[in-house]
Ligand binder design. Sequence first.
Ligand code: NAI
Length: 470
Amino acid sequence: MNQATTQMLVIGGGPGGYVAAIRAAQLGIRTTLVEGDRVGCTCLNIGCIPSKALIHAADQFANVRRFSAGGDKLGISVQAPQLDLAQTVRWKDGIVSRLTGGVAGLLKRSGVTVVSGWARIVDGKTVQVSTRADAHPDSADSVIQCEHLLLATGSAAVELPGLPFGKAVVSATEALSPAALPRRLAVIGAGYIGLELGIAYRKLGAEVTVVESLDRILGTYDEELARPVMHSLGRLGMELRLGCSVIGSDGASGLRLRDAQGKESVLATDQVLVAVGRRPRTEGFGLESLMLDRAGRAVKVDDQCRTSMLNVWAIGDLCGEPMLAHRAMAQGEMVAEIIAGRRRRFEPAAIPAVCYTDPEIVVAGLSPAEAEKAGIDAVTAQFPLSANGRAMTLEAHDGFVRVVARRDDHLIVGWQAVGVGISELSSAFSQSIEMRARLEDVGHTIHAHPTLGEAVQEVALRALGQPLHI
Ligand code: NAI
């Protein structure tokens, strides 16, 4: 068995783990990263990136199909399009390979030792590595001793009781690499993943029914933000079963549902996509042996991502919500810098979040309700995209930008927006909050015309009672 020592050992090569490793190596820390799968993990291989690729392909296909129907208001007409799904998946896989290859190159160039294999924690300073995830501890290939152990094992899709993942019941992982398009897809969960992928499958041609136990879609956002998405689901011809729980499968091609009144029904379907949340990945690698403090299923960390054991750190989805790649990256970078001797804390003024539905939703900071709950006397203003010239030229007039600011000093505490292509405003949103901008700062900044960003300036002016274009 090989023996090795390192200063910092990272378990998990997702966005949190690989960023931590690169930064640590840059700062002169001897760093080893253990990953059993491809680096980039969920985000690059089976999450953020491939889903955005599939969503883009579905958008293109739906656009061409729209023009092939004839009589389009843009005056464009084409022949009916054909979908070569295998080629779509190959194109998406090509992007994934380029990015994972790029990350592997970055790790190598920065001097990180990457060990390919599955880690098993022996104690806070010792990890065994095996080529197989289920290998017996006695058959480990190597043992690595470390001064600092960074846990970045991410999260896994939640399974529903009675509906184990298999051929007909899939998670986002399988849904992102379809061998064929199901004629009928049932999506369980109208959250991020369910709606992003449900909309993409609908645009590619599947009949999609979304089953949601709450009485509304996108429960983490306020209803006003979710409304344009709700309208779009209707336009796309997607069926929604709100207030409905799945109580099990009904043979090979059906789901048994129960609505809010207790009435049971059967939903016929060819494939089921379960998108009811993700849970921190805490099992199968000896984590329990450390007996770390937990926050529910998640590993509990402080504002420096320290766990309850000295020199054992945890970042990303393993620490619970918000399960977002950019939050994990920021935490990973911070831990590397603390280990290198810098004074850092994880206290972002805002962590932006984007939902890539059609239209997209982007939020940063506090919503009006959250500001109220936090005891902030806030002013709120909204600017509709129907009054934005660029949005009109993009046929993207459904949606709005909203700002939330303190009434007394106009400090901006939150942004929300919904609209086609609106996700790109996320940088402006988080920068303004992080830099403690006031409504006047944004309202009096010259924004390029014609852009969707003008709605950001306009809504700040509107909150000041000085709107120009509405
Ligand atoms: P989610 O928490 O966003 O949505 C799950 C939905 O399933 C909820 O609306 C819930 O009410 C519903 N549900 C739960 N059990 C149900 C049942 N038995 N029957 C019917 N409905 C049920 O979870 P999702 O979409 O799986 O995403 C997981 C995580 O991944 C999110 O927390 C998010 O942070 C991350 N993510 C982020 C994305 C982004 O940033 N664009 C995209 C996709 C995921």
